[in-house]
Design a protein around this ligand. Structure first.
Ligand code: ATP
Ligand code: MG
Ligand code: MG
Length: 554
């Protein structure tokens, strides 16, 4: 909203505009590597970049940072596009770093010719040793003074697939004594005889992130390239590379950094999420327990709830852990406005209305959403035998128990006032039936005096003979620790919650028999639920999205 003050990223842009950057030069990008599915951390970056696009009416590219063929796949490209679209954003151009491989190669040749790059033929161990330490300068490679001609020939051999993996690398010739370790002759290319999901076997060398990223921004004439804080030290190198290929009249992109967002009780790292998938701790990237966009979608999260979450936490300069209850608050708030109300009983006990006629049934009016008049009404069937929640009854209740007990009255939602009369128990003492009587004049909305009578509690229910059965998947946190990834000494896997999924059988009002995959509902008094993609006509499956209130005990 316009009331909030500008964040530090927007202040950077405002400053640049004030200093003469033309507004129509503004261009942003969201640059995922297609090596996994997007997670809630990426949502922050998506909302930041596309949010700036909307704010400044500037184009935003979706750029696949696909420079590592070993880990990247078309499946991930497709999933990323689906997720960004689902969040409701439109990119200007769909770009791939791999589309720039030839240009990057040509520029690298140019750098060699200008004595700004050389082929090093040492082992990676030897190169690591020469790197030095933050307080000790490094030492020059014995190959640093190769002639331009020799470098050009070797680089071409690397390109043509005539060099073995690990035999040579191309390095920028900068300064082995730089206080910034990343400036000590960083790698630009490595030999990899791997097929790429887009360029196939065309290339035998692949550019390193630092060489590819800024140059891709430059090619696309991105004005501001926002990345997470761990790249702050890379900025000097980013600028060095851009400076070396810059031509007059073009715009040099500007890298700026913001804090990575972490979410409590989960993991936001594609590599670690992949491990959860591969080791079978979850059913896939879109398992409703996953913090991926696709997992959240399947869990019942709405695009609006995720965008509101990202806007609420905003953009920060310091990394911190965001409590997952804030994300849950955002989805609850959105679904409260939009989700139709229905009745479902998930831990049933039978309720028999002794004075209700045996064969009778009534279809009662029920409001679909008290927050939205336009949502209208539906009919729910009522009869002599109902299910209510087991926890909504106690034989003897204290003064604070406003639900059903013997001798006390409650209202059945959209229906009648009933009074508890007696119970039937099995040999273990478990209640198998509750008997009650109803006040036939008290029907909700009938306008009678009895219907206006105030009673303390209102219970949800379903009619036994009309109820449909459904599978309900109830989720708990995937990790028992607030910050499973927070301690390098402890494997995050040791915090996995062995009981994160609980499958139960529920009874639902019959209007739900036509519920469609992905639809959200409020099960009254219980929480928000949505229809899972595993659902079939014979076996309807619901996922619990979130409870009505924050019941998570810290
Ligand atoms: P991961 O470790 O999960 O692979 P990444 O940063 O390597 O994360 P990229 O695909 O490179 O993943 O991310 C695309 C963009 O999203 C980058 O600009 C990155 O900085 C940003 N991003 C990734 N994770 C987060 C996060 N947790 N919070 C904010 N932004 C993030
Ligand atoms: Mg990564
Ligand atoms: Mg990355």
């Amino acid at each position: 909203s316009e009331e909030r003050s500008l964040n530090f990223i927007e202040l950077i842009i405002e400053e640049d505009l004030k200093n003469g950057l033309e507004k129509d030069k503004l261009r942003f990008r969201f640059p995922p590597e297609p090596n996994g599915y997007l997670h809630i951390g990426h949502a922050s970056s998506i909302c930041l970049n596309f949010g700036l696009g909307l704010r400044y009416n500037a184009p935003v590219n979706l750029r696949f940072d696909d420079t590592n063929p070993v880990k990247e796949e078309q499946e991930y490209v497709d999933a990323i596009k689906r997720d960004v679209e689902w969040l409701g954003f439109e990119w200007d151009k769909e770009c791939y770093a791999s589309d720039y491989f030839q240009q990057l190669y040509d520029w690298a040749v140019d750098l060699i010719k200008r004595d700004l790059a050389y082929v090093d033929s040492q082992s990676s161990e030897a190169m690591a040793q020469q790197k030095g330490t933050p307080t000790q300068p490094g030492t020059n490679s014995p190959y640093r003074n190769r002639t331009v001609q020799e470098n050009l020939e070797l680089f071409e051999q690397m390109k043509n697939g005539e060099a073995a993996e690990g035999s040579h690398v191309l390095r920028a010739k900068i300064d082995m004594a730089s206080p910034n370790m990343l400036m000590r002759d960083p790698l630009m290319y490595r030999v990899l005889h791997k097929s790429h999901h887009r360029t196939g076997s065309d290339w035998h060398i692949y550019p390193m992130y630092d060489w590819a990223h800024g140059e891709s921004d430059y090619i696309e004439q991105v004005s501001h390239s926002f990345c997470t804080l761990e790249f702050a030290m890379h900025r000097e190198l980013y600028e060095w590379f851009v400076d070396k290929i810059y031509t007059e009249g073009t715009l040099p992109p500007k890298q700026r950094e913001f804090a990575r967002r972490n979410l409590s009780h989960t993991i936001v790292s594609k590599r670690k999420l992949l491990q959860l998938v591969q080791e079978g701790h979850v059913t896939g990237w879109d398992d409703p327990r996953m913090p991926t966009i696709s997992g959240l979608r399947r869990r019942g999260y709405t695009p609006m709830s995720i965008r509101n979450f990202a806007d609420t936490i905003g953009i920060a300069k310091r990394t911190n852990l965001i409590d997952v209850s804030l994300l849950e608050f955002c989805v609850r708030e959105d679904l409260n406005k939009t989700a139709p109300r229905v009745m479902a009983v998930l831990d049933p006990v039978k309720l028999v209305i002794d004075n209700y006629p045996e064969v009778e049934e009534e279809w009662l009016d029920a409001e679909n959403n008290p927050e939205d008049e336009a949502a209208g009404q539906r009919k729910v069937p009522f009869s002599k035998e109902l299910y209510i929640e087991r926890e909504d009854f106690k034989e003897e209740a204290n003064r604070k128990f406003f639900r059903l007990s013997i001798g006390k009255e409650v209202r059945l939602k959209n229906a009648y006032i009933i009074k508890g009369e007696s119970v039937v128990k099995d040999e273990n003492g478990t209640i198998t039936e509750i008997h009650c009587t109803y006040d036939a004049d008290s029907r909700s909305g009938s306008g009678t005096e009895a219907s206006m009578r105030k009673v303390k509690g209102t219970l949800h229910w379903v009619s036994v003979k009309h109820a449909i059965e459904a599978e309900v998947r109830v989720y708990d946190r995937l990790f028992t620790h607030e910050n499973p990834d927070g301690n390098k000494e402890i494997d995050f896997m040791s915090y996995i919650n062995p009981d994160s999924l609980n499958v139960i059988k529920g009874y639902m009002e019959p209007s739900l028999k036509d519920a469609k995959v992905g639809e959200n509902y409020q099960f009254q008094r219980l929480g928000y639920y949505c229809v899972d993609k595993d659902s079939t006509a014979e076996n309807i499956v619901f996922n619990k999205t979130v409870g009505l209130r924050d019941t998570w005990a810290k």
